[in-house]
Design a protein around this ligand. Structure first.
Ligand SMILES: Cc1cc2nc3c(=O)[nH]c(=O)nc-3n(C[C@H](O)[C@H](O)[C@H](O)COP(=O)(O)OP(=O)(O)OC[C@H]3O[C@@H](n4cnc5c(N)ncnc54)[C@H](O)[C@@H]3O)c2cc1C
Length: 391
């Protein structure tokens, strides 16, 4: 059972949003309430991503909202992208992950680093969900240090020959196209667009996850894959390419995590008002009020932080380190809110009748992917001291 959603907005952050932002959010909120909430618990139990969501996400404009209209995007600002991510993650982090990957890790690099032909060929179909994309950076031996990647390609004259393996790739098993990062013969990281069905390319799914169960995760294995030369992203060289994509995705995650937290808090508040022990609602006890008050305080701080980073992003001024701070803070905040909310519900908190445990398990992935919690702290440390403690 899920309580009707009431958006916590203690310091009226809504007044800082444009009308367009609110219209977009309302459309996505309706879709999440109508299509995601009724089925997501069962989908997570079944370890299944409902495939019809892909087209519907395209229809509500969740794929590439900030990509220009001429390439199939919605041409919206970065705060619109953020509020969409919040609503999707309120439904489930898996749904937000699908939209994050498609938007920030597939459409964004093709738009930013691709040729005109690549943009016209892929972006409109990715925007509608006709094509599903994935992003291959992490490898079995290289997670936090992607610069050590072992996946390589050779110039064979009329094509490239790609060899290597990627791991933990969202949507790899169902993707039609993948933006894959690999080193050329001189060791420079480049982006290649790999398509499903290319001989030598396989993408086995990873099962038995306790987290993000409604998201498809898998490998990408390349054994002498012939990649046409026109599939190289021409306008980027080096690790800066994938890092710019991650920056965009992390920004969306920082908004998204607020959605999980709001859903957990809303559930805990409603439950505590209804549930009676010792003849009184548990919400009347100080210890439960402390939990609720602290949760709302933390949600409010996270809302303000990411709104401000969003304004800076719209102005082209948001730094990667600011985004790291927001991602790290907001995901940890959401995890703490999920854990506190779970306690407010007592035993009921562990059931699938309420969304809290599912959010909590999902957030254990969200706190690790797109840069771990620790690495983001070290990015902040490096930014304020000028000394990198991690590389
Ligand atoms: C569900 C899911 C989906 C994912 N989707 C994608 C995807 O679509 N595409 C993709 O490319 N990747 C994806 N990832 C991979 C994800 O980005 C990596 O898991 C993440 O970057 C961390 O890498 P790792 O798991 O290898 O951990 P490691 O890098 O091995 O880190 C292990 C621990 O060591 C710590 N650590 C590492 N280096 C340092 C250091 N220098 N100083 C201090 N501590 C350090 C880390 O903080 C962490 O706690 C996904 C992961 C998950 C779980």
């Amino acid at each position: 059972m899920a309580y009707p959603f009431t958006h916590p907005d203690y310091v009226l952050v809504d007044e800082l949003l444009s009308d367009e932002n609110k219209i977009v959010r309302s459309a996505v909120r309706d879709w999440v309430n109508r299509s995601v909430i009724p089925v997501i618990d069962e989908a997570a139990h079944q370890h299944h991503f409902p495939r019809h969501f892909t087209r519907e996400l395209g229809e509500i404009g969740a794929f590439g909202p900030f990509i220009p209209v001429e390439y199939g995007g919605a041409g919206l600002d970065h705060i619109a992208y953020g509020v969409i991510m919040t609503e999707l993650e309120r439904g489930d982090s898996a749904i937000r992950s699908a939209a994050s990957v498609q938007t920030s890790l597939v459409m964004y690099p093709i738009y930013e680093f691709g040729s005109e032909e690549q943009k016209r060929k892929y972006l409109p179909k990715l925007a509608t969900g006709e094509l599903i994309g994935c992003f291959g950076l992490t490898e079995p031996n290289h997670g936090s240090d992607p610069g050590g990647m072992e996946t390589r390609f050779k110039d064979m004259g009329d094509h490239y020959l790609l060899n290597g393996a990627k791991m933990w790739i969202t949507n790899s098993a169902i993707a039609d196209v993948g933006v894959v990062w690999a080193k050329d013969e001189s060791g420079v990281v480049r982006g290649l667009i790999v398509e499903k069905g290319m001989p030598g390319f396989t993408a086995p799914e990873t099962y038995h996850k306790w987290s993000l169960r409604a998201s498809v995760t898998g490998e990408m294995v390349f054994e002498d894959v012939k990649v046409p030369k026109e599939n190289l992203l021409p306008n980027i060289k080096g690790l800066k390419g994938p890092l710019m994509c991650l920056n965009s995705a992390r920004y969306g995650i920082a908004w998204g995590a607020v959605g999980s937290a709001m859903d957990c808090y809303n559930t805990a508040l409603q439950y505590s008002l209804e549930r009676k022990q010792f003849k009184k609602p548990i919400a009347s006890y100080q210890l439960q009020q402390k939990k609720l008050a602290e949760m709302l305080t933390e949600i409010t701080k996270a809302q303000l932080l990411i709104w401000r980073v969003g304004v800076l992003k719209n102005e082209g001024k948001a730094t990667p380190a600011q985004i790291s701070m927001a991602k790290r803070n907001n995901v940890e905040m959401a995890l703490r809110v999920a854990r506190e909310s779970r306690q407010v519900l007592g035993a009921m908190g562990i059931t699938g009748d309420f969304p809290i445990m599912r959010h909590m398990m999902n957030l254990e992935s969200v706190i690790t992917y797109e840069g771990t919690h620790d690495v983001h702290l070290l990015i902040t440390g490096a930014d304020i001291t000028g000394i990198s403690a991690f590389a």
